[in-house]
Write a protein of this length. Structure first.
Length: 146
């Protein structure tokens, strides 16, 4: 915060602090609603592979990679874009805590193979998705901006 003639002012390019929680909350609500809808549309059953949660987490990681490149390397972005999209929408959309609950449920149902495939498959696919999101977006977006 800078002080200029009788009052604090923000440095240029930095948003006021109060809109950040507002945009994170709004984005989080949108992301959570999307995740909830997909979970309801594609239920997994007691011992089935949780495809909805897996798909949400992997696609969310891909979108995180895309978003980071777009707002930090490819295009100038408003300072509230990252909190809204990254922390809000994608933070509300992805749900690694639910993935761990799914693993515990599968283990409790003695579906050990499914639980382990889901646990390790989620980690590998999520990391690969972030990498592909970053690399693919750099290749496509940065080629166009040069």
């Amino acid at each position: 915060m800078w002080i200029v003639r009788g009052g604090p002012v923000r440095p240029p390019g930095r948003p006021a602090r109060w809109p950040v929680p507002v945009v994170v909350s709004a984005g989080g609500a949108l992301g959570a609603l999307a995740r909830y809808g997909l979970g309801r549309a594609y239920p997994s059953g007691r011992t089935g592979f949780p495809w909805a949660t897996f798909g949400v987490n992997v696609s969310g990681c891909l979108l995180v990679g895309v978003m980071v490149v777009l707002v930090t390397e490819a295009f100038p972005a408003h300072p509230l874009v990252r909190p809204f999209v990254g922390t809000g929408v994608l933070g509300g959309y992805t749900t690694f805590s639910t993935a761990m609950v799914d693993v515990a449920r599968l283990l409790g149902e003695r579906a050990t193979g499914t639980a382990l495939a889901y646990l390790f498959g989620t980690a590998v696919a999520a990391l690969a998705a972030v990498y592909l999101g970053v690399a693919g977006t750099r290749r496509l977006a940065l080629r166009r901006t040069r």
